[in-house]
Design a protein around this ligand. Structure first.
Ligand code: ADP
Ligand code: GN1
Ligand code: MG
Length: 363
């Protein structure tokens, strides 16, 4: 789909003049563009309406969260604040978004310069810093005033519902693809029992609902080019009530293996213990301030849980005909599912050692 970015740009309160725009990044959900203007660079995003049903409320969440972090950083005397938290640019009418003539919802952020995102962590220091940044992000939102944030995607990490959606997609098998995913289907069907564990912990009162990011994939944190610091947490569409455990689980999912999420050679997909140690230490260095005992104890299990859940979503989308995640080749979602399930197996094989490290650093 082609968009007139200059026209979109002109609907935002930006002093500079539009120069050029190009598609940017490797996110699976929104349409993202880097826009160069005469004053500075911006990120423009067309919000995915199939995924996010209520963009105004979503943008209200993001405005509240970014303003809160902004004022916190200000009171701490932090420098470079617009590289440390996303800055939402208001549209001409003062709203946090602009609706174009075709009904598309657009938003604009200041481009976080001299930093980048990585789909795969290049070294342990980056892994540590990224995990630390996500923990810090949660920590800064512990005292967000006002009513609960809007749930932008209901039941986002509800594994039982994700499993149910998989079963429905399998039954319908609209693209006749189940025959190509027999092993993955069998693996998942044997693992369905896992999904009840975290919701039960919440029900029993041990694990609290907090304000969490809910999409702590490693390419959702910008790493400073010079210092390697996790300078800015981005992709705030799913910041809403959730479990800290899911956030740590997704950090594990996207850092433990040296391979890409869509690696086709599964022999390259396995967890490396030093990577786990780095993210555990990084996350606890900030989140350790507010996590309770039950949360800390269950960190060890969170990676397996979320990796299975995301694998389930990839498999479901493959069976349903690739309607949710952006795909760039045939079988892309199945490839992604396979890496997730392979990683689940690898985590399971290393569970004892994982538990030992959690006991060492988390108690
Ligand atoms: P999606 O929801 O599709 O994953 P993201 O919000 O994560 O979209 O953005 C996609 C990519 O665009 C990110 O991984 C990052 O590389 C880049 N990006 C997003 N926001 C900014 C920003 N403010 N400054 C610089 N790069 C950004
Ligand atoms: C999506 O938006 P992005 O690419 O950072 C997805 C996550 C998945 C992830 C898998 C809103 O994240 O839940 O874990 O893909 N985001 C949404 O790579 O569904
Ligand atoms: Mg993203």
């Amino acid at each position: 789909m082609e968009f007139d970015l200059k026209k979109v740009f002109d609907n935002f309160q930006i002093e500079g003049q539009f120069l050029q725009a190009a598609p940017y990044g490797s996110g699976h959900i929104n349409d993202t563009f880097a826009v160069e203007a005469t004053d500075k660079r911006y990120i423009f995003q067309r919000i995915n309406r199939d995924v996010f049903k209520n963009p105004p409320k979503l943008m209200d969440n993001i405005a509240r969260v970014t303003r809160h972090i902004h004022s916190k950083l200000e009171s701490q005397g932090a420098e470079d604040i617009d590289r440390r938290v996303l800055t939402v640019i208001p549209a001409g009418d003062g709203k946090d978004y602009h609706i174009d003539a075709d009904g598309n919802y657009w938003r604009a952020y200041i481009f976080v310069e001299k930093a980048r995102t990585y789909d795969v962590m290049e070294n342990l220091a980056q892994a540590y810093e990224a995990a630390k940044a996500f923990g810090n992000f949660q920590n800064m939102l512990v005292d967000l005033p006002g009513p609960a944030l809007f749930e932008t995607i209901p039941d986002f990490h509800n594994g039982s519902k994700r499993f149910q959606a998989f079963e429905n997609a399998l039954k319908a098998d609209v693209c006749n693809r189940a025959k190509d995913a027999k092993d993955e289907i069998a693996f998942l069907q044997a693992s369905g029992w896992i999904f009840d564990i975290f919701p039960k912990l919440v029900e029993q009162g041990g694990v609290p609902i907090r304000i969490t990011h809910n999409d702590t994939k490693i390419n959702n944190v910008m790493i400073d080019d010079k210092t390697n610091e996790g300078i800015c947490v981005i992709d705030l569409d799913t910041v809403m009530p959730g479990l800290a455990l899911y956030d740590f689980g997704d950090i594990m999912r996207t850092t433990l293996s040296p391979s890409a999420e869509d690696e086709q050679d599964l022999s390259k997909v396995f967890m490396e213990m030093p990577r786990f140690e780095a993210v555990l230490k990084g996350y606890l260095s900030t989140a350790g301030r507010f996590l309770n005992k039950a949360e800390k104890e269950h960190l060890a299990f969170s990676g397996k849980m979320i990796t299975l859940t995301i694998g389930t979503r990839f498999l479901t989308d493959y069976l349903a005909g690739d309607t949710y995640f952006k795909v760039h080749r045939d079988g892309h979602n199945l490839d992604r599912c396979r890496t997730q399930f392979k990683l689940v197996q690898s985590i399971t094989e290393n569970q004892e050692q994982i538990l030992k490290l959690v006991e060492k650093y988390g108690s």
